[in-house]
Ligand binder design. Structure first.
Ligand code: AMP
Ligand code: MG
Length: 329
């Protein structure tokens, strides 16, 4: 569960140009998480239909990128690792290309090929024994986005070593949020929020013209929203380790893997990233976990149109330069 909530702070109904603009909202489960779609529309029946179409679009994306579905194109790429190149759709090919661009940007902190170590760890919240250093070393050697062979002309993906694997856990929900937003905008929806388990893509305004607001909650003090931010045609994504973590020798490790060491990350409990697209925000929020607070915030401060807020395991909140936090608990 991502520690973010949205609040529709003003009235749900407004009359504009003779049409009542209503806020229509639906919660549902997809991609193993809870989603919520909020639309501003003058026709509630049409709005419900648009939400049905959004759900169908999320299903389609899940079938493309899922590592659980043995028949997804992603699983086929993984099965062919070390043997041969797999033809994929342009959509998946382009997603991998963009993921690799973010991997370069983050110096490999975000890397879809992290997945060759994901079976070594189980993030059940319980104490576990570390896999042996030798096992980790062998698995880590398979990680490396630079090794992924992309053939633009044939539209193929090849993982050259047996045991290499890719996974979209850190970017898939953000991608889905962007795609659903784009689809709804294309169908004429003027305002809404797609919330994919805390990965939010917003556009337009509330019916009264005021911006959508996102409230951030400190995971170490969940009862209190410590800051509100307006969302103007932007995305906001939070990565957190409050549910998916493990303990080793009593120490807590989050579910995000450091691709350089193969070990789960430590020290950061939550990262929130604001960016024009949820896909980028999602990937960067994951990367910040690996980078840690100091390197992470310095990195964000170099990027245009991106802001971040990180919380470390002592409860300290560290923000990029253009974010002001109203009240720090
Ligand atoms: P998120 O909640 O967006 O931060 O995504 C976390 C998920 O991304 C994990 O559950 C893994 O599936 C995947 N993941 C873990 N570590 C990495 C990494 N370093 N780079 C890319 N994906 C990762
Ligand atoms: Mg992410």
């Amino acid at each position: 569960m991502k520690q973010i909530c949205i609040l529709l702070v003003t009235t749900f109904l407004l009359i504009t140009n003779g049409y009542a603009q209503e806020v229509v909202q639906r919660k549902f489960q997809k991609m193993g998480s809870s989603f919520e779609i909020t639309l501003v529309h003058e026709n509630p029946i049409r709005a419900e239909k648009l939400i049905d179409e959004s759900i169908a679009e999320i299903d389609r994306i899940e079938r493309l990128i899922s590592s659980w579905d043995q028949d997804s194109q992603t699983s086929l790429v993984n099965k062919m690792a070390g043997s041969r190149a797999q033809v994929v759709s342009k959509e998946l090919f382009d997603l991998i290309k963009r993921a690799n661009a973010i991997a370069r940007l983050t110096d490999g902190a975000f890397d879809i090929s992290y997945a060759s170590v994901d079976k070594l760890w189980s993030f059940t919240g319980e104490e576990m024994q570390s896999p042996s250093a030798a096992v980790i070393k062998t698995s880590v050697a398979k990680i490396g986005f630079q090794k992924i062979v992309l053939d633009e002309e044939k539209q193929t993906v090849f993982l050259p070593e047996k045991g290499m694997k890719i996974g979209f856990g850190a970017i898939g929900k953000g991608y889905a949020a962007d795609r659903v937003k784009a689809m709804l905008q294309q169908k004429g929806v003027k305002a809404g929020i797609v919330n994919a388990s805390g990965d939010m893509s917003a556009w337009g305004t509330q019916p009264d013209g005021s911006p959508w607001q996102v409230g951030l909650v400190n995971p170490l003090n969940k009862n209190k929203v410590f800051s509100w931010f307006p969302l103007n045609d932007t995305a906001v994504v939070t990565s957190g380790d409050y549910e998916r973590y493990l303990l080793m020798n009593g120490k807590r490790y989050g579910h995000i893997i450091n691709p350089k060491t193969g070990y789960p990350s430590q020290g950061v409990v939550s990262c929130t990233v604001f960016a024009p697209k949820a896909e980028l925000a999602d990937a960067l929020a994951t990367a910040l976990f690996v980078m840690g607070t100091e390197t992470g915030i310095n990195f964000i401060d170099q990027l245009p149109s991106v802001e971040a807020l990180m919380i470390n395991d002592s409860g300290n909140i560290i923000t990029s330069k253009n974010i002001a936090v109203d009240e720090i608990n």
